[in-house]
Design a protein around this ligand. Structure first.
Ligand code: ADP
Length: 303
């Protein structure tokens, strides 16, 4: 029987500078990055699907083809004749990376406009995965409907996994962001927050504060990432702390958290014990930050 992992969110066109001074085009986005690594880390009897909305133009076709070539199931993707995909450009100034975004009218903002479609896609899912960015890009009414649909999928037996991925620039204000993040946490089984972000916007004093807040919201398991520091996991069974192996040369931390989530979930959802599953996430993230770019082809063999 095929097990289904469904990731939901926005994939964007990425324009990255080359040494020649031109730009190379790729595709990335937090939930898409996790789906991409999940496809590599989950065994073959798992289907990895992506739910988003794109346009009907050539660049949208290329994005969908890229996902298909990566082994991701694209059947859930909706096509909008009136929209296209979002884009971001990486700029290098004296070796420092900065990002400029064109995503405010992207097709992905409509991904939950047809809630019956979302419901249909989530129905056969064993794992439903989304992030704070997924809900940040939705209009408010769609966000409420989306979280209700996720809650119904959970009630029918799906395991719901959420990475809060706090991005205040995508929200009208920090209070709205924090309230919406906790609304999402209330329909989740597993939360995978990053402590630094959580401390900045929720005022948590320790990773245990972060874990406790998500536990109180209803998440059975909280795995708190903290860059090179130990990973703190809290569940009904207690507290587990997993050390992070230092990475000799950190090249590019893009997608550290996204790849961690995929490595962890691929192991945990196959029944691997919590500590070993976290170690699998740490290994994959360590390999990813040792190379340039969000999607590192050889990371899973290194991990
Ligand atoms: P995010 O990318 O979401 O901000 P974190 O920075 O917390 O996430 O990192 C996610 C995971 O990536 C960590 O739990 C760890 O396993 C790994 N990681 C991040 N930075 C480092 C580092 N400097 N050295 C080793 N591992 C790291």
């Amino acid at each position: 029987m095929t097990n289904r992992f469904v990731a939901i969110g926005e994939c964007m066109v990425e324009m990255a500078p080359t040494v020649e001074g031109t730009y190379s085009m790729g595709f990335a986005g937090d939930t898409l990055n996790t789906a991409w690594y999940a496809r590599r880390m989950f065994p073959a009897n798992w289907d990895v699907s992506y739910l988003t909305a794109v346009g009907t133009d050539a660049v949208s076709d290329r994005m969908v083809a890229f996902m298909q070539d990566s082994g991701i199931t694209t059947d859930p993707i909706q096509r909008r004749t009136d929209k296209t995909v979002g884009l971001y450009m990486i700029q290098l100034t004296n070796g420092e990376r900065s990002f400029a975004y064109w995503r405010s009218d992207s097709a992905a903002r409509c991904l939950a406009a047809d809630i019956a479609h979302v419901e249909k896609v989530l129905a056969p899912a064993k794992i439903v995965y989304f992030s704070g960015i997924t809900i940040a890009v939705l209009p408010e009414a769609d966000r409420t409907a989306f979280l209700a649909a996720v809650g119904r999928a959970r009630a029918k037996g799906a395991t719901v996994v959420f990475d809060p991925n706090l991005r205040p620039r995508l929200w009208p204000d920090v209070v709205t962001m924090c309230n919406s993040i906790m609304d999402a946490a209330a329909v989740c089984d597993i939360a995978l927050p990053s402590y630094e972000d959580e401390a900045s916007y929720f005022g948590d004093k320790t990773p245990d504060d972060t874990a406790e807040r998500y536990r109180k919201a209803g998440c059975g398991l909280v795995v708190v990432k903290n860059g090179p520091e130990e990973v703190v996991c809290v569940s009904g069974e207690g507290r587990t702390v997993v050390p992070v192996q230092p990475v000799a040369i950190v090249v590019d931390t893009t997608a550290a958290g996204d790849s961690f989530n995929a490595g962890f979930l691929a192991a945990y959802c196959e029944g691997v014990a919590l500590e070993q599953a976290v170690q699998a996430g740490v290994r994959l993230a360590g390999a990813v930050i040792g190379a340039r770019g969000a999607l590192v082809d050889r990371a899973e063999t290194a991990a």
